[in-house]
Ligand binder design. Structure first.
Ligand code: UDP
Length: 365
């Protein structure tokens, strides 16, 4: 069998960027993926003329112009701005946490009134130096926002008490005192016209790709197929979980095609109360301002990851990060293998951070 410069394990965003960069430098790559399709978790499938985000909503956003220019080589982006709605019992709020949210919550109008209300509630908690997600959320938005919009949603998504989760998770979201429903603070945002699979397809153009191939089986039969391996799967699985298993959250989607044009009027509607079993409903067509006669919706259910399920989110608490540190030490001794991506780095990366990380490693190579 032919020998390659690189065997790239995983045809997701990280692997595809590495393949593209390697090809540019005249290196030969073989990309393999366990799934029967490319594009990893950003894979989109066309259903009723709608690009369905099969593994959950992906909205591209970044403040890094280099990354924005980079991804724009592979697609034109539309001007979608994410503005989710939160449903709590019979109340409806705008997200992220902004003047529309506060006004609806407390019947107030000015930033000063909102700030006073929050300050009053924060003072009651007595928190000055937030140590976990609950304390961080309380000290940013006060008790009402926390109880109605954060606590239930977060505990459903992560399956853990908010006091056992790291504060950084909630700092992903803006808290702002303007009437601005843009979920992100980033300078650049949008959805690639035509979907994400086409983006990855372009990145992989001219590179040999084999899907439906399990790395661990493949390696047994082809131990010397490449000088270097770029591994984007789960780092603990690579080492056969020998130091113990890292925790991940998995997500299950109940997807339905509905014979109506517009089900919820928005791409993302979060259900923030504990009692509703799913975290959110995605109506895919709205990512691309779709006018198709039918619509496709996905209810999203979170669960703890177990062998055989798809891993989505690393659970970056102290215990897991410490275990990851030990795997990373093993990884550093693993000659000619580079670990990367959300699963290889065990980091809650957004897409722009995945590209940043891949470009950095590609440059070093
Ligand atoms: N979050 C929340 N209420 C919401 C939406 C998000 O409390 O209605 C919190 C929750 O803890 C979640 C975190 O904010 O894990 C990050 O949300 P984001 O939308 O960034 O998550 P992703 O889209 O990556 O799943």
């Amino acid at each position: 069998m032919k020998k390659y410069d690189y065997l790239i394990v995983g045809a997701g965003l990280y692997g595809a960027v590495m393949a593209y960069e390697a090809k540019k430098k005249g290196k030969s790559c073989l990309v393999i993926d366990r799934r029967d399709h490319i594009a990893g978790n950003i894979y989109c499938k066309n259903v009723e003329g709608i690009n369905v985000h099969e593994y959950g909503a992906h909205i591209f956003h970044t403040s890094n112009k280099e990354v924005w220019d980079y991804i724009n080589q592979f697609a034109e982006f539309n001007n979608y701005i994410n503005s989710p709605i939160a449903v709590y019992k019979d109340e409806l709020y705008n997200l992220p946490f902004n003047m529309n949210t506060f006004s609806r919550m407390w019947g107030i109008r000015t930033p000063k009134e909102a700030q006073e209300k929050i300050a009053e509630q924060v003072a009651e908690t007595g928190i000055t130096d937030p140590q976990n997600l609950e304390e961080q959320a309380l000290s940013l938005g006060g008790r009402d926002v926390y109880e109605k919009l954060i606590k239930g949603y977060t505990e459903k998504q992560w399956g853990r008490d908010c006091r056992e989760l790291p504060a950084f998770i909630i700092r992903r979201l803006p808290f702002r005192f303007t009437y601005d429903n843009n979920y992100f603070n980033d300078r650049y945002q949008g959805i690639p016209i035509g979907g994400y699979t086409a983006v990855v397809e372009k990145m992989l153009e001219g590179t040999e790709v084999r899907t439906g191939v399990d790395f661990f089986d493949f390696r047994k039969e082809n131990p010397d197929i490449a000088d270097k391996i770029i591994f984007t799967g789960m780092i603990d699985e690579y080492f056969d979980y020998k130091l113990g298993a890292l925790e991940y959250r998995s997500v299950r989607f109940e997807t339905e095609v509905l014979d109506e044009e517009n089900y919820q009027g928005n791409a993302v509607v979060n259900y923030t109360e504990r009692e509703v079993p799913y975290t959110r409903i995605i109506e895919h067509k709205h990512f691309e301002f779709g006018k198709q006669p039918k619509t496709v919706i996905s209810r999203e259910y979170s669960s703890e990851w177990k062998v055989g399920m798809e891993p989505y989110y690393p659970v970056n608490n102290e215990q897991n990060d410490a275990l990851f540190g030990k795997y990373k030490a093993l990884a550093e001794q693993e000659q000619n293998v580079i670990f990367g991506g959300r699963l290889g780095d065990y980091k809650y990366y957004d897409m722009d951070k995945v590209i940043e990380a891949a470009l950095k490693v590609a440059e070093q190579l």
